[in-house]
Write a protein that binds this ligand. Sequence first.
Ligand code: ATP
Length: 243
Amino acid sequence: MSVILQTSDLWRTFGGVAAVAGVDFELREGELRCLIGANGAGKSTFFKMLTGQLKPTSGRITLYGKDITRLPSFAIARMGVGIKTQVPNLFNGLSVHENLMVAARFGMPAREAADAVDAMLERIQMTSQARLPVGSLAHGHRQWVELGMILINDPRLVLLDEPAAGMTAGEVERTIALLEGMRGKRSFIIVEHDMHFIRRIAERVTVFHRGRVLVEDTMDEVVRNTEVRDAYLGSAGTKRAST
Ligand SMILES: Nc1ncnc2c1ncn2[C@@H]1O[C@H](COP(=O)(O)OP(=O)(O)OP(=O)(O)O)[C@@H](O)[C@H]1O
C-alpha cells in the first residue's frame, strides 16, 4: 500500500521546550495507526501539526504527495480528511439530526444529505435520539454525534484525538465496532490513552517519548518492549494492556 501521509524531521518548540523533536513518520493507505505515550510525550503537538491546528517550527508534512506543512485545518479537511480534535466541535443548541445535516451539507446537495444523515443515525445507533438537542446528551453520545459528523462525508483519512475519552466501557465497545466497520477501507491516525481501546483496535502503534518516536510496532511487541515499559507503560500499564 502506498504512503499517503509523511512527516520529515518535524519539530515544534515552545520557548526552550521541544515538544516534537525531529519526527519522521509514515502512514500507508488503509492503515489504522495509534499514537501512544506518557503525558507530555508530544502526541497532541504532533497531531495538531498534522491537522493544521499548530504550525511546525521546522520540517515538512506531505499528504497525498502535497506539501501541507503550512495549510490551515479547513484546507486539510477539504483534501478528504476528517478531523476530531480534543475540543468538541458540536452545535449544542441544535438537534443530533441538525448537527449531522450541517456536516453533510458541506459535502453534498440537500436531498443526498438527508439520506446520508438517516444512514449515519443508524450507524451511530442514535435514530431514536435524532430530535434531541446535542447539549442535552451524555458525553459518550456527544462523541458519537461528532464521529458521525466527521464520517458523514466519507473521508479517506480520519484523524482522531482521544475518541474514547470519558466513555463508559460499553460506549468504548460501540466506538470500536463503528471503527472496525471501516478498517482497511479508510486510513486512521488515533491518539488515545485508553489501553483497552488501543489493545482492541490497534494494528501498528507509534510510541512517543520526549518528542521523539521511541518505537513503532504491533501492540504485542510494544508491550513486550522493555524500553517502552520503562518509558511509559510501567508495571501498571503493562497489566492494563494485557487484560
Ligand atoms: N502551547 C504550549 N505551550 C507551551 N508548552 C507546550 C504547549 N503545548 C505543549 N507544550 C509542551 O510540550 C510537551 C508535549 O506536550 P503534548 O501535549 O504534545 O504531549 P502529549 O503526549 O499529547 O501529552 P498528553 O497525553 O498529556 O496530552 C509538554 O512538555 C508540554 O508541556
